[in-house]
Design a protein around this ligand. Structure first.
Ligand code: CP
Ligand code: NVA
Length: 311
């Protein structure tokens, strides 16, 4: 059976750290001018998108290419999937051609169905529930910037049910991070679910309503959009719940610890979840996060397609 990456819950703390180390090695090689490796020579990867993407689409496709493989990018509408062909039939068909299937989907259950019927690894490129590739790049960035992951205080301000936050929390709990989240009660995270997903809980999850309390003394201040893809019809009620209290402003950032960094998975909506002078400030590492998506994607491809022996 192939190994998949739908959620970091299925990866141990050691495996996550191994992926980050591998990504750091790929980055080092690329900085020395060694962009092309041959681990995926002769292999093809299907990339399916039900929603738009800039970073994930570009970084993952370039990762496959630089490793010697060939990415094939399909939008949902280009496939019979868009006309109602079942996910399970799509998965069984594409896995006869490709060596992996990577997909960005509206419903996490679609990925679970794909994985259940695919004979090759299925990789989550973002679902409503998780964005594991983003969390890997983010913890790599934290390690680079702060020199450690364990013991770091990460304060997420905004939607506690957000896909990016959920993956940060699951990985953070495994890695020994103090994960704090400030959100309106209606958008508070399901602590029990996140702890169950993390399984091995070395860190802790602290839930706040007040963003100032959550950010006080933090090493990392993180936010994401208040209206994720697929939630457009809730835009009015969401903005009413989050604004202006949960926007990351310069004065909120000043509550964080000395040398704190600002993170955002991007794309950002300046003036909604974050002010322009925060995202453009010296504390902001958002483009390092974006760059690290390339190196961590290579690590995941190597781990799932080269190093993992299927049973
Ligand atoms: N962070 C991220 O996944 O960005 P895209 O939606 O542009 O892929
Ligand atoms: N929460 C955002 C993340 C985009 C990368 C969304 O799902 O739209």
């Amino acid at each position: 059976m192939a190994r998949h990456l739908l959620c970091l819950s299925s990866f141990s703390r050691e495996e996550i750290l191994e992926l980050i180390e591998l990504a750091i090695e790929y980055k080092r090689l690329r900085k020395r001018g060694i962009r092309f490796t041959r681990e995926l020579e002769g292999k093809t990867v299907a990339m399916i998108f039900e929603k738009p993407s800039t970073r994930t689409r570009a970084s993952f496709a370039v990762a496959v290419y630089e490793m010697g493989g060939q990415p094939f990018v399909y939008s949902r509408e280009e496939l019979q999937l868009g006309r109602g062909e079942p996910v399970k039939d799509t998965a069984r068909t594409l896995s006869r051609y490709h060596d992996a299937i990577a997909a960005r989907v509206f419903r996490h259950e679609s990925l679970e169905e794909m994985a259940a019927f695919s004979s090759v690894p299925v990789i989550n490129l973002l679902s409503d529930k998780a964005h594991p590739l983003q969390a890997l790049a983010d913890y790599m960035t934290i390690l680079e910037k702060l020199g450690r992951i364990e013991g770091v205080k990460l304060a997420f301000v905004g939607d506690g049910t957000d896909n990016v936050f959920r993956s940060l929390a699951v990985a953070g709990l495994k890695l020994g991070v103090e994960v704090r989240v400030a959100s309106p009660p209606r958008y508070a995270p399901d602590r029990g679910e996140l702890e169950r997903l993390a399984g091995e809980v070395r860190g802790c999850l602290k839930v706040f309503e007040d963003p100032v309390e959550a950010v006080r003394g933090a090493d990392v201040v993180y936010t994401d959009v208040f209206v994720s893809m697929g939630q457009e019809s809730e835009r009015g009620e969401r903005l009413k719940a989050f604004l202006p209290r949960y926007r990351v402003t310069k004065s909120l950032l000043e509550e964080a610890g000395k040398g704190a960094i600002f993170m955002h998975c991007l794309p950002a909506r300046r003036g909604e979840e974050v002010d322009d002078d925060v995202i453009e400030s010296g504390a902001s590492v958002v483009f390092d996060q974006a760059e690290n998506r390339l190196h961590t994607s290579k690590a995941v491809l190597r781990f799932l397609l080269v190093d993992t022996v299927c049973s």
